[in-house]
Design a protein around this ligand. Structure first.
Ligand SMILES: C[S@@+](CC[C@H](N)C(=O)[O-])C[C@H]1O[C@@H](n2cnc3c(N)ncnc32)[C@H](O)[C@@H]1O
Length: 217
């Protein structure tokens, strides 16, 4: 893969941000997982991070459930952040690459990292999960969701419109192992069929995890 293989994937999301939002923002398939995030927030001074937020699906749910929470939406795509800003009232939207989140202050009470891990190779995926472990306070809740699949199918994927994204498929057990290695305890893990309107049929993994008190080495 190229040095910044991820840039082409992000450019694709940037081009299609509005269409992505129209297709996936209203989906209610993951509400019970988003609810667990909202329930993990303290009544006062709550800080929530939606990492690789896209149009802000998770953040919008949390905003409805916790009107006073401080919500930070982070994505590498400027167009996605514009959409998130329109759809998540009062959220702060910040452009950043989730492999380097040094500009963010730690201490979040909960975070969502949904359907983005597959755009990273193993080295970068571990880097993102380590950044999440650093940013979440001990005991904080993380929702990690990802497509799963046969690692042999990883690589550039082409769409009929000529777009190309770089995808890394992982088995559900590998996803759980990576999360544990990064310093999280997995409380819940479910495998679900991708949404009915998804462009590609996959089995998706959703995990609710807690940041350990003692960070991983
Ligand atoms: C499939 S969308 C998921 C959006 C949203 N989290 C959801 O659940 O619908 C993947 C998102 O990851 C973002 N992304 C990909 N690489 C990124 C990176 N290096 N840093 C930050 N965001 C990234 C894309 O711009 C896109 O918005």
């Amino acid at each position: 893969m190229s040095e910044d293989y991820n840039a082409e994937s992000v450019a694709c999301f940037d081009r299609h941000a509005q269409r992505y939002a129209e297709k996936y923002f209203e989906l209610r398939d993951y509400d019970r997982f988003y609810r667990a995030l909202a329930e993990a927030l303290p009544p006062n001074g709550a800080r929530f991070l939606d990492l690789a937020c896209g149009p802000g699906n998770a953040a919008a749910f949390v905003r409805q459930a916790c009107p006073s929470a401080d919500i930070l939406c982070v994505d590498r795509s400027p167009a996605m952040l514009v959409v998130a800003g329109q759809r998540v009232r009062g959220a702060v939207c910040q452009q950043a690459d989730c492999r380097d989140l040094r500009s963010l202050a730690p201490g979040f009470d909960a975070a969502a990292f949904c359907f983005a891990l597959s755009y990273f190779d193993d080295t970068d995926a571990r880097r993102v999960l380590a950044e999440l472990a650093r940013l979440l306070r001990p005991g904080a809740t993380l929702l990690l969701s990802s497509v799963s699949g046969d690692p042999a199918h990883s690589g550039p994927q082409h769409s009929s419109s000529g777009d190309r994204v770089f995808m890394v498929y992982r088995r559900p057990t590998t996803l759980a192992e990576m999360l544990i290695e990064a310093g999280f305890a997995v409380d819940l893990m479910e495998e679900l069929d991708s949404p009915a309107n998804a462009s590609q049929k996959t089995v998706d993994v959703l995990m609710l995890a807690r940041r350990n008190s003692v960070p991983a080495d």
